[in-house]
Structure formats: C-alpha cells, structure tokens
Design a protein around this ligand. Sequence first.
Ligand code: NAD
Length: 441
Amino acid sequence: MHKITVAGTGYVGLVAGVCFAEMGHQVTCVDIDENKVALMKSGVTPIYEAGLQELMQKNYAVGRITYTTDYKSAYKDADAIFIGVGTPEQPDGSANLSYIANVARQIAETIEKDCLVIVKSTVPIGTNDKVEQFIQDFLVHDVKVEVASNPEFLSQGSAVHDTLHAERIIIGTESKWAEELLKKIYKPFHIPIVSVNRRSAEMIKYASNDFLALKISYMNDIANLCELVGADIQDVARGMSFDERIGGKFLNAGIGFGGSCFPKDTKALEYIAKQHGYELRTVKSAIDVNKDQKTMLYKKASKRLITFNGLKVAVLGLTFKPGTDDLREAASLENVPLLLEQGADIFAYDPVGAANFAKNFPEGISGRGSIKYVEHIEDALEGANVCFIFTEWGEVKAVTPDMYKKLMRTPLIYDGRNIYGVDEMRAAGVEYHSIGREPAL
Ligand code: NAD
C-alpha cells in the first residue's frame, strides 16, 4: 500500500485516484475547484462515467479515498503524486502547461519527504525534464524528488473499465528507483507494464492518439470519396476490418472526431514538429479533413433546403460521443450556431449533455432562431421539418425508422453516425442522408 495523492479530479485524475484506492492504496484527491470537492465528499461524481460513483462511495466508506482543496497537507508526506490536470490547447495549437506548472510549484513548496511525481497529463515531449527541474528549483525542504511520465490511455465513456483492464501501462522513468516504485504501485492491477525513458513515454501518448485520429480522418476521407463514386463506406470498412494489419476498430466514418484529446493532441504534435523545423504532413491532413467533416451534414442539408428559417429542427445527441457528458470539440458545437444563424428553431435531445450545452446556448431565442431542450426524443421529432443526428446514444439508436415517418412533418434525416441502414430507411419512407453512403430518397 502506498500513500498516493492525485492532483486534478477530471476524467483522468479522479478515475485514476478511485482505481488506485480500489487496488488498496491510500489516496487523496486534490482539486482547486471547491464545488467539485464538496460534491465528491458528498459521494457524487462531478463527471459522468459508468461505474465511477459506485467505486467512489465504496472506497470512501472504507476510508481509502479522501477529497480536499488543501494541497499542502495532501502533498507533504505522499509517496507518489500523480498529476492529472488539464493541458488545453492554446490559440497557436500548442499545449497550455500553466496548470502543470502551478501544481509543480505547489508540490515543490510543500513536500517534506522524498517523493516521486508522476505526470499523467498529456504533455509535449521534454516537458517532464522541465517539470523536474522546476520542482527542484523551488524546493523548500531538503528532499529527493524525481519526475516520471505515465501517460493515460482511457477513453471517456468507459474510463473506469479502461483503467482497471488497460491493455498496457506505459511508464517513462530516468532511474531504477522511479521505475521500481511505479511497478510496485501498479502491481495489483495485473496489467502489462511497458517501461521506457521519459521522452519516449511522452511520445507514445501523442503518437498513439494521433494515429487513431489519422485512422478516423482517413476513413472519413474515403467515405466522402465513396459517396462520389457510388461505394458504401460501411461495406468498405467491414471488408477492411478482416485484415489483421488494419484491425477492426476505429473504422467508422462519421462527422469527425471531437473530445478533449484528439483535436488538441493532433494540433500539439504538429506544433512540436514545427518547433523542430519539421512539417508533420500526415497529422496536418488529419486535422484538415476533420475540420471540414464536422459541418458535412449542415452543408448537405443547406443544398437540399431553401432555408432553415422558421423550420423545426430536431437535434439528437450533443456530446462528442455517447457515454459522456463532455462537449469539448463536439460536432454539435459547430452545427448548432450555424443552424441558429440561419433561423432554425432547434429542439435538442441528449440524455446526459443537455445541461452542459445549455450553459453555452441557454434555452430561448438565439440569433435569428431559438433552442429548446427536450427530455423525450418524441418531443424533438414531433412536427419537425428536419432531424440531425450528432451522437449515437442508445436512446437515439432505439428510435425506429417508422417513428421518424410518423412523428415528423417531413421525415428528412441527416445522420452523422450512420446509425441506420439505408434500405430500412427507404422502406419506411424516410429521406435519409448519412456519411459515405448513397442517400435514401
Ligand atoms: P479535466 O479538465 O477534466 O480535469 C482537470 C482538473 O484539474 C479540473 O478538475 C481542475 O479543476 C483541476 N486542476 C487545475 N489546476 C489544479 C491544481 N493546481 N491543483 C489541483 N487540481 C487542479 O481534464 P482531463 O480530461 O481529466 O484531462 C487531464 C489530462 O489528461 C490532459 O492532459 C488530457 O490531455 C489527458 N488525458 C485525457 C483523457 C480524457 O479522455 N479526458 C484521456 C487521456 C489523457
């Protein structure tokens, strides 16, 4: 059992903290957000992740996890401090390291015993060298401190499962002491550990995320070509998936990738390359394709309709993917303002993300149009002139083709997630446009 402190209780930090506690470690989670800490103390998770709240309550009840804003007491005698604060994108595409720097400074000023600091956040290659130097420069007590890299690979929506059953754990260390300590901390997880140096660990994270982003953009690019040449992207992907060199995952075409990671991590790696005088053309192309892809359906619908002004527009799904309440870089954030500008009256449904979305787009009149959030999909579809599907929530998939035909004034669907078969929509008398497939007219 180790005394572990986790800095930052977002998707990465909180899930890591709870899973360390579940594995028997004594965990303190620190956040600067008092509201979040109060919520967690009351047994409620500030983020939506399947299974997280149950594990929080279970480990809190037995005293293995606590939550605090008092970083001083949380850092001073920890064996290991994991940093999971955000590294958001800056306007020039580079990663904002100010949150990491703040934590590093707080650690330096408070630790009173030897400690390993582990950066879980995604950071540009070489950052951990600087974090270590920074901490050493600001140390108040005479203690040994070292920094290790331990990038996180969880997917939002299945974060707890991904952490407890990860395919591998990457640790990047510069000493045997750091390597052995991390191996001990992770021993109870029974997950293969890949041990490399710090810079390679930092690169593994970017290279992995950007590879997946490339895969998605590649499939979207091929999907757009499929439409032009009369091929069907789903059949194409199915055919490709049998090839083990390609693999069956991440072959779904759609309206582009979103979320907090792929968009920023592609731009950050491109930026890092540029800093070194190198143009990372593959990743740059993935970014460009994704940008266009997000408004693909809006562009299609604009060609089909004279105007959106005064039309009832059903929007199904707002989050960047199902299973999360996260809206960062979601396609809805690009499309809803375009629709509102054009005077659409939007009726939006999302089982989890509506409240977050309403913070950016409050209910009521907005621009030339208006937006209303509904609890039942039927209320969005009833009398609608057109429907956009942005997220493949189970609740959305459960809508049958007949329901669009029955409820909508004109059953005209733009599906960004290829939920339905073209033939079933045609058979139901629904006009159906999707990505990389012929339309049902
Ligand atoms: P997040 O924005 O959800 O959470 C960050 C948390 O850090 C917030 O609660 C914030 O209040 C807190 N914080 C900020 N400054 C602090 C300080 N000085 N002390 C304590 N807490 C502080 O972020 P996230 O989505 O969990 O991502 C964190 C990092 O992990 C990023 O670098 C991200 O790229 C990486 N990552 C994210 C995912 C993902 O799916 N979200 C997956 C893998 C890696």
